[in-house]
Design a binder for this molecule. Structure first.
Ligand SMILES: Nc1ncnc2c1ncn2[C@@H]1O[C@H](COP(=O)(O)OP(=O)(O)OP(=O)(O)O)[C@@H](O)[C@H]1O
Ligand SMILES: [Mg+2]
Length: 259
């Protein structure tokens, strides 16, 4: 069994009287695609915010490859190789797909190299082309981002997270709002990416989660309800209870458990 890539220990975050994450201890193994699921308000995005440094925990610690990264600032964590996409999509609408990737790449390197040698432009171009290929958007390289479909914006955002060669990629509901055809394409791409980079994905669509993830962690009210393989999760009594009243998901769990 591989060493954990990411480990959290008793991670707690409160907003006033609300405990958004409650003593979360989680271990994410390398080479496995990990999903985090749970009802609205379960604390999934807060969990990502704590890992990526956007929020500081009230207590608990975060370790990335055995390094304690608790309390580091977002750009420091990003520089260590943890990149994320946001639940609310954000790309630069006025410029092309390629330029979005280019700018993100240059920005990520500015910390390391205050001057810009010409050779770096060539390296950047190569990297941009590589990522366009990885996200399946080579044909859309020159399209203005503001004119893209929702699914393509989501893929571009993944590309922007990928461009600086992350070691760990946190995807916050990348599929949300996609058409069925876009979903199918995105799932295939994410599966391909998972062979090159460790991925944690927050996702609402049960079919996507069960088709994609190696390991699933279920959050409810900030705490871990269960962790296991898709099969274990679909048979888990308390998980099924947590999803009661969501007929679509209930049906899906039913089918998955019977399969
Ligand atoms: N900055 C904040 N200030 C106050 N409360 C917050 C803040 N961020 C999150 N919360 C609250 O913490 C709880 C967990 O929110 P979070 O966004 O982590 O949930 P989530 O699991 O990502 O939900 P969703 O599926 O809707 O995205 C919610 O009750 C939310 O209202
Ligand atoms: Mg969220």
């Amino acid at each position: 069994m591989s060493d954990p890539v990411l480990r959290t220990e008793n991670l707690t975050k409160r907003f006033g009287g609300l405990t958004a994450t409650d003593n979360l201890s989680l271990s994410l193994r390398g080479g496995r695609l990990q999903a985090v699921i749970g009802p609205n308000g379960a604390g999934k995005t807060t969990f990502f915010n704590l890992i990526s440094g956007l929020l500081k925990p009230d207590s608990g610690r975060v370790f990335f490859r055995d390094r304690d990264i608790t309390g580091l600032r977002p750009h420091e964590i990003s520089r260590l190789g943890i990149k994320r996409t946001m639940q609310i999509k954000s790309v630069f609408n006025q410029i092309s797909v390629m330029e979005n990737l280019w700018i993100t790449r240059q920005a990520s390197q500015r910390f390391l190299h205050p001057f810009r040698p010409a050779s770096r432009d060539r390296a950047t171009r190569e990297r941009v082309e590589q990522v366009l290929e990885q996200i399946g958007m080579t044909a859309l390289a020159h399209r203005i981002a503001g004119t893209l479909s929702y699914g393509d914006v989501a893929m571009l955002e993944i590309g922007m997270a990928l461009i600086s060669e992350p070691k760990l990629l946190l995807l916050d509901e990348p599929i949300c709002g996609m058409s069925p055809a876009e979903t199918e394409r995105a799932v295939a791409k994410i599966r391909e990416l998972a062979r090159q980079v460790d991925i944690v994905i927050i996702e609402h669509d049960m079919e996507v989660v069960f088709g994609l993830a190696d390991d699933i962690t279920v959050l409810a009210q900030g705490a871990i309800l269960a962790t296991g393989s898709p099969e274990e999760i679909s048979n888990h009594e308390r998980v099924r209870e947590a999803y009661l009243g969501r007929p679509e998901d209930e049906d899906y769990l039913e089918e998955a458990a019977d399969a």
